[in-house]
Design a protein around this ligand. Structure first.
Ligand code: UD1
Length: 416
C-alpha cells in the first residue's frame, strides 16, 4: 500500500493550477446515460473516483475513453441497467446512475451503497423522490431494483438539503412526463452546473441557483459537450496549506465565489487573500488566529473542508471551535492529528482545538479523503518527518497531489 513521506517545516510558495471538480464531474458523467450519443467532457480530473465511475458506465455498455483530461463517453451501446456491488461499494456516487437509468430505460438495478467511514449516509431522499415520481422501487438482495417505471412529474420537498438527492431527482425529472417541482434543493455549484449542462442539452429547468427548481420534462436531450468547473475543495485545501505553512500560494483556474466561505474563515485566521477573476493568492500568517467554524450546505462552510480547517487551527494562537452539522461523526482525522501533537477535544460533533506552537512529524493513517488531506497539510507544517499511510483515499479526490505540492517546494514523496 502506498504511503506519503513528508518532511515538514517549509513555507509553500508558488503557483498551482486547480483541477476539475470531482463532485461536479461525477453527476455529469451519470447524466450522459440520459441520451444515446457521444458526449464530451473536458477538464475531468484523472482520479480513482472518475475512473471508477467510468468503469460503472462501461459495465452498463458505454464506451469510455480518457485523453488527458478530455473524457469521451459514447452511450449509444448501453445495454445493461445493473450497477454492481463491487463498484458501488468503492464509491457511493455510483448511485447517480439510478435516476438516469430509470428515466431512459424505465429500469435499473443499482447496489445500495452502504455505510462509510463517517456514518450511515442514507439514500432515503433519492429513493422516496423517485418513488414520488412513480418508480416502484424494491430492495432485493442489497440492490435497489426498479422495473417498468414511467417517471411522471411530482412535487418533492426535501426535508434535508442534499447534494446527491437534488442531482439525482433533477436528472430523473428532465425526461419525465410533466412538471416536477423540487423544493429545498442544494445550491452547491456542482448541482447548479449540472442543471446548466442539462439546459444546454435541451432540458427545461427554471430556478437554478435558488432553493426551488421547476423542471418540465422533454422527450429527448442532445449529447453533452461541456468543461467541468474547477474543484473548490482542492483549491481551498491548497489555501489551507498556505495558511498552515505561512507561505504564499497563487491558485489558478478557480472560481473564487465557489469557496468564499473557506476563504473568509482563512482571512479571519490571519491570511491575506487577493481575489482575481479566476485566481486567488493566499498568504499565510506567522501563526493562525483562532476561529469558530460551523459547517452548512453551500454557500456555508463546507463539511469537505472541516478536517483541513481543524489542521489549520491545531497550530493556532488560541482555542478554535469547529462544528460539523452535516456529518456528525466525520472526525477520524482527530486522533491522527493528536498523534502529531494536536490538542483536540471532541464533544459530539464539536471539536475544540487548542492551538500548539508546532506539530511534530509522526506515522499517521488516512481514513477518508478529506481526513487524508488534513494529515498531509498538517505534515507540511510539522517539524520532522511524517509518514501518511493508506493514501489511496487521497487518490480518490486529489489529482497529482504530491507533484503539485512538490512544485510549491514541499518535500514530499510517494513510497510504494
Ligand atoms: C456530497 C459530496 C460530499 C459532501 C456532501 C456534503 C459528492 C459526490 N459528494 O455527498 O463530498 O461531503 O455532498 O456537502 O458530491 N441525507 C439524507 N438522506 C439522503 C441523502 C442525504 O439524510 O438520502 C443527509 C446526509 O446524511 C447528510 C446531508 O443529507 O447529513 C447532506 O448529504 P448529501 O448532500 O446528500 O451528501 P452527498 O451527496 O452524499
Amino acid at each position: 500500500m502506498d504511503k506519503l513521506r513528508v518532511r515538514g517545516g517549509k513555507p509553500l510558495e508558488g503557483t498551482v493550477r486547480i483541477s476539475g471538480a470531482k463532485n461536479a464531474a461525477l453527476p455529469v458523467m451519470a447524466a450522459t446515460l440520459l441520451t444515446p450519443g457521444v458526449h464530451r467532457l473536458r477538464n475531468v480530473p484523472r482520479l480513482r473516483d472518475t475512473h471508477t465511475f467510468a468503469r460503472v458506465l462501461e459495465r452498463l455498455g458505454a464506451k469510455v475513453a480518457f485523453d488527458a483530461n478530455l473524457l469521451t463517453i459514447d452511450t449509444q451501446g448501453v445495454n445493461s441497467v445493473e450497477a454492481p456491488y463491487e463498484l458501488v461499494k468503492t464509491m457511493r456516487a455510483s448511485i447517480y446512475v439510478l435516476g438516469p437509468l430509470l428515466a431512459r430505460f424505465g429500469e435499473a438495478k443499482v447496489s445500495l451503497p452502504g455505510g462509510c467511514a463517517w456514518g450511515p449516509r442514507p439514500v432515503n431522499l433519492h429513493l422516496t423522490g423517485l418513488q414520488a415520481m412513480g418508480a416502484a422501487l424494491e430492495i432485493e438482495h442489497g440492490y435497489i431494483v426498479g422495473r417498468d417505471a414511467k417517471l411522471k412529474g411530482a412535487t418533492i420537498d426535501f426535508e434535508v438539503v442534499s447534494v446527491g438527492a437534488t442531482a439525482q431527482l433533477m436528472m430523473a425529472a428532465v425526461l419525465a412526463e410533466g412538471t416536477t417541482v423540487l423544493e429545498n434543493v442544494a445550491l452547491e455549484p456542482d448541482v447548479t452546473v449540472l442543471g446548466e449542462v442539462l439546459v444546454a442539452c435541451g432540458a427545461r429547468i427554471e430556478g437554478l441557483g435558488s432553493r426551488r427548481l421547476t423542471i418540465r420534462g422533454v422527450s429527448s436531450l442532445r449529447p453533452i459537450d461541456t468543461a467541468i468547473i474547477p474543484d473548490r475543495i482542492e483549491a481551498a485545501t491548497f489555501a489551507a496549506a498556505a495558511a498552515m505553512t505561512g507561505g504564499t500560494i497563487r491558485l489558478e483556474n478557480v472560481v473564487p465565489d465557489h469557496f468564499e466561505a473557506a476563504l473568509g474563515k482563512l482571512e479571519e485566521s490571519g491570511c491575506v487573500i487577493r481575489r482575481a477573476a479566476d485566481a486567488v493568492t493566499v498568504s499565510g500568517p506567522a501563526r493562525p488566529r483562532p476561529v469558530s467554524v460551523v459547517t452548512h450546505p453551500f454557500p456555508g462552510f463546507p463539511t469537505d473542508m472541516q478536517a483541513q480547517m481543524i489542521a489549520v487551527c491545531a497550530i493556532g494562537e488560541g482555542t478554535s471551535v469547529i462544528e460539523d452539522t452535516i456529518y456528525l461523526d466525520r472526525f477520524t482525522h482527530v486522533p491522527e492529528l493528536a498523534r502529531m501533537g494536536a490538542r483536540i477535544e471532541l464533544k459530539g460533533n464539536v471539536a475544540v482545538v487548542k492551538g500548539v506552537d508546532r506539530l511534530a512529524g509522526a506515522q499517521v493513517m488516512a481514513t477518508d479523503l478529506r481526513a487524508s488531506a488534513s494529515l498531509v497539510i498538517a505534515a507540511l507544517a510539522a517539524r520532522g518527518e511524517t509518514l501518511v499511510d493508506r493514501i489511496y483515499h487521497l487518490d480518490r479526490g486529489y489529482e497529482s497531489l504530491e507533484q503539485k505540492l512538490a512544485a510549491l517546494g514541499a518535500e514530499i514523496e510517494r513510497i510504494h
